[in-house]
Design a binder for this molecule. Structure first.
Ligand SMILES: Cc1cc2nc3c(=O)[nH]c(=O)nc-3n(C[C@H](O)[C@H](O)[C@H](O)COP(=O)(O)O)c2cc1C
Length: 209
């Protein structure tokens, strides 16, 4: 049995394109994997801890093997709670709007919270990063949405730091089994047609996930 965690980073609720496609994915996944557990984490629900001065100092102290102060321990406990929730899922689904060519800041915050030494990554001074989630059978699916940028358009329609950033981070953790679905209708494209294609891709991906 697998556990699928949907990490949702659009705050737009019923208006969200990425959420709607993610729901299509989840419906098909539920039908084709009836024994698996599915959980959605709306990153905007207020439960994601901040990663500020205490947490950042705690992270560097853990790497240096230095004891944590009270405030750092408190922040580190919150961070570890998120790391455990993340690691408990062997299937991840991200729904990701494009914001200013990249990802919404709440998703970056999530990445900063879960990317911790000893659980997600290690560093060897000579060989570099160790990708601690590799070879564990973990898989990720990502649903992207944008409104202006689209593949094949020129730089006057913006840049894509959305999918390269997320895929690079996933690979850095060691998760390399990644399937991507994009809705990029562009300002002149056929939105209805693009939605149909993205939904079909999401259903196909979910069956094989
Ligand atoms: C804060 C913000 C920034 C955005 N920046 C871009 C952008 O840089 N490029 C783009 O193509 N669309 C941009 N958009 C449009 C969204 O990517 C588009 O509405 C997409 O459907 C959002 O995903 P969602 O519907 O799941 O919320 C932006 C929208 C918002 C709210």
């Amino acid at each position: 049995m697998s556990r699928l965690l949907h990490i949702s980073s659009s705050p737009r609720g019923a208006d969200s394109e990425s959420l709607r496609i993610a729901q299509t994915f989840l419906d098909t996944y539920g039908d084709s994997h009836p024994d698996d557990e599915i959980e959605t984490w709306d990153l905007w629900d207020g439960t994601l801890p901040e990663f500020g001065p205490a947490a950042a100092t705690a992270k560097m102290a853990v790497i240096a093997g230095v004891e944590l102060t009270g405030a750092q321990s408190l922040a580190w406990r919150s961070v570890q709670g998120v790391v455990e929730r993340f690691l408990a899922a062997d299937r991840l689904l991200f729904s990701v709007p494009m914001w200013n060519s990249g990802v919404p800041y709440i998703l970056k915050q999530f990445i900063d919270v879960v990317s911790q030494p000893g659980t997600v990554f290690g560093v060897d001074p000579h060989t570099g990063y160790q990708h601690l989630l590799a070879d564990q059978g973990r898989k990720a699916a990502v649903v992207y949405a944008s409104g202006v940028w689209g593949p094949g358009l020129g730089p006057e329609f913006g840049s894509n730091f959305q999918s390269p950033y997320l895929v690079d981070w996933l690979r850095w953790t060691g998760i390399t089994d990644i399937v991507e679905v994009g809705l990029h209708p562009t300002l002149t494209g056929d939105v209805a047609d693009a939605r149909l294609s993205a939904d079909a891709e999401a259903r196909a991906a979910a069956k094989l996930f």
